[in-house]
Design a protein around this ligand. Structure first.
Ligand code: GAL
Length: 417
């Protein structure tokens, strides 16, 4: 991840020279889950750019935030012997599919365009299988964000964005007293897991997060720090309105846009929604990292499934090259709410929240506080993630004690391993 702090100029040169190396054209069927307003706008940029390189785009969107429905659909397609040409896939999922022999590599494009020199090494290694690129990253999303409606905060007498969980809880109480829903939330397992991992980082710090949610250390999963994390998650549960069950994340985001709710804790794809609604992040909508030091990393990428036919293979090459082109990384991420995966794309046109994301990312790399998102499939195999999410959701929707939750979490993880 060290090369993220490389000077812009050297890498920009490399990107410029090699950007046109791949062949044009071809056909891709793209399976993705970008169906909310901001997401659709961002993927629309990808489609437009692909078509302008002479390609034919077949859209296969599978609605459902966080991608769980998309992953189920993908498995069915592969089992039926009919995989899509390109699939939004990430983290250990890339390795899992590569191990099954399901992926084509795009290493020829990656070598010609020198991807190694423009990607943070930690990200590059997620994209590779047995030393070859099998995926191309489009962005870096940050998961640990609080979004807030400044008018709602003002009405409630909250003067600043919270910097500790105690401050967050106090601000939420003020919002409630002013008749405003403190926390916009959608009760879906991946959304509950998003809150959970942000709290784990904030309460326990990056080393604890890593021990518990990456290394799956039994003592960390069942210990006092985890109990304290569940205590704070219980507090958050109390700030949610009664109709939260099953609500889509972007509907929760809209509650903040309208000032019906004060806060949402969500990754910066929420910013894509604010942008699509014409709001200016940092002005009309406030952003701040969730309390605690660190950065929860989520990166979207596309993989290239084993398909036959010259046209499909050409489509994969064209898409891989396009995704990694500096211009595309800029245009796409301006709509998506994330920042470019490439280290050499200037951020001048990006908003204050994106600039903060980049600065905090660099700082987190330097202080070893960068952690991969469990909820967004960057940290652990899907089987383990599934067990963790089930437990977190069960806790969120019951009166389970924090002690029991920590104990059961450790047991659930052990079961999945
Ligand atoms: C994440 C994904 C984001 C965003 C979000 C909600 O897992 O990385 O790009 O789309 O789900 O759907």
């Amino acid at each position: 991840m060290v090369s993220i702090i490389k000077t812009l100029t050297t890498a920009a040169l490399a990107g410029g020279i090699f950007a046109s190396a791949a062949q044009a054209g071809g056909t891709v069927e793209v399976l993705h889950w970008w169906t909310s307003g901001g997401e659709a706008k961002a993927v629309g940029e990808l489609k437009k750019a692909f078509e302008s390189r002479g390609g034919t785009w077949i859209d296969s969107p599978i609605a459902g935030g966080g991608g769980d429905a998309a992953m189920t659909a993908l498995r069915a397609r592969v089992v039926a012997g009919n995989p899509p040409t390109a699939v939004q896939l990430k983290g250990p999922g890339i390795q899992e599919w590569a191990l099954e022999g399901a992926l084509n590599d795009v290493d020829g494009v990656a070598t010609a365009e020198n991807w190694d020199s423009v990607l943070p090494p930690a990200l590059a290694s997620i994209m590779k299988f047995e030393g070859k690129y099998v995926a191309a990253p489009v962005n870096i999303h940050r998961v640990d964000w609080i979004w807030a409606n400044p008018d709602a905060l003002k009405k409630a007498g909250v003067e600043a964005m919270p910097t500790t969980w105690a401050e967050f809880n106090a601000a939420a109480e003020k919002l409630r007293a002013a008749g405003i829903i403190p926390l916009a939330h959608g009760g879906q397992p991946w959304q509950d897991a998003t809150l959970f991992e942000d709290v784990v980082l904030g309460v326990g710090g990056a080393d604890f997060y890593r021990k518990a949610l990456v290394e799956l250390d039994q003592a960390a999963l069942s210990g006092d720090m985890m109990v304290a994390s569940f205590d704070q998650l219980r507090m958050l549960r109390g700030f949610v309105d009664p109709n939260f069950s099953g609500r889509d994340w972007n509907l929760a985001t809209a509650m903040v846009s309208r000032g019906e709710a004060g806060f949402q804790i969500m990754g910066d794809w929420a910013k894509g929604e604010f942008l699509a609604a014409g709001l200016v992040p940092g002005v009309d909508i406030l952003c701040a990292p969730t309390p605690g030091d660190g950065f929860v990393l989520n990166s979207d990428s596309f993989t290239f499934f084993k398909v036959a036919g010259a046209d499909n293979l050409a489509g994969q090459q064209t898409l891989a090259s396009l995704i990694m082109s500096p211009d595309f990384q800029s245009v796409f991420n301006l709509a998506k709410g994330s920042i470019p995966a490439r280290t050499d794309v200037p951020l001048d046109d990006f908003d204050a929240c994106a600039k903060l994301s980049h600065a905090d990312l660099v700082a987190a790399v330097a202080s070893n506080a960068l952690v991969p998102s469990m909820a967004h499939e960057m940290a652990v195999p899907r089987s383990v993630r599934g067990e963790i999410m089930d437990l977190v959701t069960a806790f969120f929707n019951s009166d389970m004690s924090s002690q029991d939750a920590a104990k059961q979490l450790a047991a659930a993880v052990a079961r999945a391993q």
